[in-house]
Design a protein around this ligand. Structure first.
Ligand SMILES: *[C@@H]1O[C@H](CO)[C@@H](O)[C@H](O)[C@H]1NC(C)=O
Ligand SMILES: *[C@@H]1O[C@H](CO)[C@@H](O)[C@H](O)[C@H]1NC(C)=O
Ligand SMILES: *[C@@H]1O[C@H](CO)[C@@H](O)[C@H](O)[C@H]1NC(C)=O
Ligand SMILES: *[C@@H]1O[C@H](CO)[C@@H](O)[C@H](O)[C@H]1NC(C)=O
Ligand SMILES: *[C@@H]1O[C@H](CO)[C@@H](O)[C@H](O)[C@H]1NC(C)=O
Ligand SMILES: *[C@@H]1O[C@H](CO)[C@@H](O)[C@H](O)[C@H]1NC(C)=O
Ligand SMILES: *[C@@H]1O[C@H](CO)[C@@H](O)[C@H](O)[C@H]1NC(C)=O
Ligand SMILES: *[C@@H]1O[C@H](CO)[C@@H](O)[C@H](O)[C@H]1NC(C)=O
Ligand SMILES: *[C@@H]1O[C@H](CO)[C@@H](O)[C@H](O)[C@H]1NC(C)=O
Ligand SMILES: *[C@@H]1O[C@H](CO)[C@@H](O)[C@H](O)[C@H]1NC(C)=O
Ligand SMILES: *[C@@H]1O[C@H](CO)[C@@H](O)[C@H](O)[C@H]1NC(C)=O
Ligand SMILES: *[C@@H]1O[C@H](CO)[C@@H](O)[C@H](O)[C@H]1NC(C)=O
Length: 558
C-alpha cells in the first residue's frame, strides 16, 4: 500500500525578543558569543546574553503553496509552528511504503523546509523543529487485516472537511507502526519499543537533523509532538512512563551525536508521575551554588503527591475564606463546557489527578533530567486536559485560569530543581467564536461544528470562553510564566490570511466549511483547529503577547 504521507513538524518560531542585560555577577562569567542557543545555570544563552522568548505557533507554514507566502507570513511575523501535511500537491519529507523508507529531498520535500529555515534566518527568527507527532488517528485507507479503519472523507459527512488539525493525516508515530511494525498486532508503543521502528526513525532523524547542523535559525530540536502511551492505535500494557523516558534518552543521544550545536527537547505535554520510579533520579544539587537566575529566588522543593494535595487544600481554604468575606456569590454564572476525551474528566478530589499520576504514560520530571535534554517543555490546553480538581469556591473560568497558573508554577519549579530552562510550548483556550472550528487533538471531528451532532449536554453551550476571558487568561498565564521563571512561552496558534490557495493543499479554494475558508478566489487563510486568532480578536492577542515580550525586556517584532 502506498501511503503518501509522513511527517509532522511543529515548528515554533519564536521571536526571540529578549536579550536582557546580564547582572554584574553574570557578566563576569559571560560566554563568548556563540552562533547557537545554549544553556548555562538553567538559563538560555545566545550571543553572550540571557535569552527568553514569547512567541506563537503556526504548524501549517511549510505546507504553504509558494515561497512568497512563507516569506510573507514569516515577515508578517508571527512565530510559527509548522505542521507539514502531505496533500496532493503538498510537501512530504518521507515516504514509508511497503516496509521501505524514502526521504524526499526534492522541491516539495526537504527543500521546502530549507526555504523555511532560510527565510527564518532572513527574518531573524528561531525555529523549534519537531521530528514526529504522537497523533494520527485514521489513515486514508482501510486495512482490515490489522483492523484499522480508514478515515471517512466522504463529501457531506462529518469528516469531509479538511480541519487542518494535528490529527489529520500528517503522519507520525502510528504510520511507522502500521507500515514497519514487526508485530502482527499493531500497538502505538511499538514506536517506542520495536527496534525496527526505532532504527527507521533514527535513520530519518539523521537525515533531517544533519541538514541543519550549522543553521543559526534552529533554536533546537523537539523529539516529538506530545509523545505518550495513548494514540489512535492502543498501546500494549507494557507501555509506561519509563518506556517513553528510555526512548527519549536513546533519540536525544542520537540527535546530539549528529548535531552537537543545537539543544534537544522533548515536546511532551508536561504530564508527571509523582509515584513513578526514575531512570534519571535527581541528585540533590550542592546547597552552596543556588541558581543565579534572576527570577529564581526560592530554592525549589521536589514535587510530591503530599505537597500537591496540601497546596490544593490550602488554596481551597483561602478561596473559601475570601468568599465568606465578600458575602458569598462566586460571580459569573456561565459554565464553560469542556471537551474531554477520557473518563478521567472528573477526578476524585482526594486523587492527585491525571496530570500528575502517570496515567498519560509520561513523566516529564524523569525526561527533563536526561543528560542530553537541554530544556524542559510542557503545554497548557484546559479544553482538552485536566490539570487539577475544580475549587468549588471559584467560578468555572477562574478555575481554568487558576489551574493553569498552578501548572505553570509546577513546571517552572521543576526546571529550577534540575537547573534547566523550561518553556511552555503551547497554550490556548477555545473561544465561543472558535468553537465551531475546534477539533480535539486526537480527533478528526469538530464536536461543535455546523455538521456536528446536537450537543448532548445543552447546558454547556455555548462552548468556550469569551474573547475578553481569553485575553484575561492569556495575560494572567504570561504573567505567571514571567514571574515563576519560565524562559519561553508560545501561544497556539497563529493565523494568516492573504495566502495563495491551491487545490488539495492546506490553503484550498474549494473548501466551504470550517477549516480553510478562502476569502477571494485564489486567496485563503491558514487552517484553524479552534485556537486560531484570525478574525476573533487577533489584535488583542497580539497586543497581549507583545506586552509579555516587552516584560521580558525587549521589543517584540510584531
Ligand atoms: C495490511 O496490513 C498488513 C500487515 O501489516 C499488510 O501485510 C498488508 O499489506 C496491508 N494491506 C494493505 C492493503 O495495505
Ligand atoms: C551578537 O552580539 C554582537 C555584539 O553585541 C552583535 O554585534 C551581533 O550583531 C550579535 N549577533 C547576533 C546574531 O545577534
Ligand atoms: C498579500 O500577499 C502578497 C504576496 O505575498 C503580497 O505581495 C501583498 O503585499 C500582500 N497583501 C497584503 C494586503 O498584505
Ligand atoms: C500581517 O497579517 C495581517 C493579517 O493578514 C495583516 O492585516 C497585516 O497587514 C500583515 N502585516 C504585515 C506587516 O504584513
Ligand atoms: C495539484 O493537484 C491537482 C489535483 O490532483 C492537479 O490537477 C494539479 O495538476 C496539481 N498541481 C501541481 C502543481 O502538482
Ligand atoms: C513489497 O515488497 C515485497 C518484498 O520486497 C515485494 O515482493 C512486493 O512486490 C512489494 N509490493 C509492492 C506493492 O511494491
Ligand atoms: C535509511 O535511509 C536511507 C535513505 O532514505 C534509505 O535508503 C535506507 O533504506 C534507510 N535505512 C533503513 C534501515 O531504514
Ligand atoms: C537528494 O538525495 C540524493 C540521494 O541521497 C542525493 O544524491 C541528492 O544530491 C540530494 N539532492 C538534494 C537537492 O539534496
Ligand atoms: C509484540 O506483541 C507482544 C504481545 O502483545 C508484546 O509482548 C511484545 O512486546 C510486542 N513486541 C514489540 C516489539 O512490540
Ligand atoms: C483520544 O485519546 C483518548 C485518550 O487520551 C482516547 O481514550 C480516545 O479514544 C482518543 N480518541 C480518538 C478519536 O482517537
Ligand atoms: C474571577 O476572575 C475574574 C476575572 O479575572 C476576576 O475579576 C474575579 O475577581 C475572579 N473571582 C474570584 C472569586 O477569584
Ligand atoms: C454528523 O454526525 C452526527 C452524529 O455524530 C449526525 O447526527 C449528523 O447528522 C452528522 N452530520 C452529517 C452532515 O453527516
Amino acid at each position: 500500500m502506498y501511503l503518501p504521507l509522513l511527517w509532522q513538524v511543529v515548528l515554533a518560531a519564536a521571536w526571540v525578543v529578549s536579550a536582557t542585560t546580564p547582572t554584574p555577577t553574570l557578566s563576569k562569567r559571560r560566554n563568548a558569543p556563540t552562533r547557537f542557543v545554549t544553556t548555562q545555570d538553567g538559563q538560555f544563552k545566545f550571543n553572550g546574553s540571557d535569552l527568553d522568548f514569547v512567541g506563537t505557533n503556526a504548524y501549517w507554514l511549510s505546507s504553504l503553496n509558494t515561497d512568497e507566502d512563507i516569506d510573507f507570513t514569516l515577515g508578517n511575523m508571527s512565530a510559527n509552528g509548522i505542521r507539514v501535511s502531505i496533500p496532493e500537491n503538498g510537501t512530504w519529507f518521507q515516504l514509508i511504503s511497503n516496509g521501505t523508507l524514502e526521504i524526499n529531498n526534492g522541491t516539495n520535500g526537504l527543500q521546502k523546509l530549507d526555504t523555511v529555515v532560510r527565510l527564518a534566518e532572513k527574518h531573524g527568527l528561531f525555529l523549534l523543529l519537531s521530528l514526529t507527532n504522537n497523533w494520527n488517528p485514521r489513515p486514508l485507507f482501510e486495512n482490515s487485516t490489522i483492523s484499522i479503519q480508514a478515515r471517512d472523507v466522504t463529501p457531506g459527512t462529518n469528516n469531509s472537511l479538511p480541519r487542518g488539525t494535528l490529527s489529520n493525516d500528517y503522519g507520525g508515530m502510528d504510520v511507522y507502526v502500521r507500515q514497519l511494525g514487526t508485530n502482527t498486532t499493531k500497538a502505538h508503543d511499538d514506536f517506542f519499543q520495536d527496534q525496527t521502528i526505532i532504527d527507521a526513525f533514527l535513520n530519518y532523524t539523521t537525515q533531517v537533523v544533519s541538514r541543519y547542523v550549522e543553521s543559526p535559525a534552529v533554536f533546537g530540536w523537539e523529539l516529538a509532538n506530545d509523545p505518550r502511551c495513548n494514540s489512535s492505535i492502543p498501546s500494549t500494557p507494557s507501555c509506561n512512563p519509563q518506556v517513553i523516558t528510555r526512548w527519549h534518552s536513546t533519540v536525544a543521544a542520537h540527535v546530539k551525536t549528529i548535531d552537537p550545536n543545537h539543544l534537544v527537547s522533548s515536546g511532551n505535554q508536561g504530564f508527571l508521575c509523582t509515584g513513578c520510579p526514575k531512570l534519571f533520579p535527581r541528585v540533590p544539587p550542592p546547597q552552596t551554588s543556588a541558581t543565579p537566575s534572576r527570577r529564581r529566588a526560592v530554592v525549589p522543593k521536589p514535587l510530591t503527591k503530599r505537597k500537591i494535595l496540601e497546596d490544593r487544600k490550602a488554596a481551597f481554604k483561602r478561596t473559601r475564606n475570601a468568599k465568606k468575606r465578600t458575602g458569598g456569590t462566586s460571580g459569573g454564572i456561565r459554565i464553560r463546557g469542556r471537551w474531554m476525551s477520557t473518563e478521567t474528566r472528573r477526578q476524585d478530589d482526594q486523587g492527585i489527578g491525571p496530570a500528575f499520576d502517570g496515567s498519560q504514560g509520561i513523566d516529564s520530571e524523569d525526561i527533563i533530567n536526561i543528560p542530553q535534554i537541554g530544556f524542559g517543555t510542557f503545554q497548557l490546553f484546559p479544553d482538552q486536559n485536566v490539570y487539577g480538581p475544580d475549587d468549588p469556591n471559584l467560578p468555572a473560568f477562574n478555575n481554568t485560569v487558576e489551574q493553569g497558573i498552578q501548572w505553570i508554577r509546577a513546571h517552572a519549579a521543576l526546571g529550577a530543581l534540575f537547573g534547566k530552562p523550561v518553556t511552555l510550548n503551547g497554550f490556548g483556550l477555545v473561544t465561543q467564536a472558535n468553537a465551531p472550528f475546534f477539533v480535539p487533538f486526537n480527533s478528526t471531528q469538530a464536536p461543535f461544528g455546523p455538521d456536528a451532532a446536537p450537543a448532548p449536554t445543552p447546558t454547556q453551550q455555548p462552548f468556550g470562553v469569551t474573547d475578553a476571558q481569553r485575553d484575561d487568561a492569556y495575560t494572567q498565564w504570561l504573567q505567571a510564566g514571567l514571574q515563576s521563571g519560565l524562559q519561553g512561552m508560545l501561544q497556539y496558534q497563529w493565523s494568516q490570511d492573504n495566502l495563495t490557495a491551491a487545490v488539495g493543499t492546506v490553503v484550498s479554494p474549494t473548501v466551504t466549511g470550517p477549516g480553510t475558508v478562502p476569502t477571494v478566489t485564489g486567496i485563503g487563510v491558514s487552517p484553524n483547529d479552534g485556537y486560531s486568532i484570525q478574525g476573533v480578536g487577533q489584535q488583542q492577542v497580539v497586543d497581549t503577547i507583545r506586552q509579555a515580550a516587552q516584560a521580558f525586556g525587549s521589543d517584540a517584532l510584531l
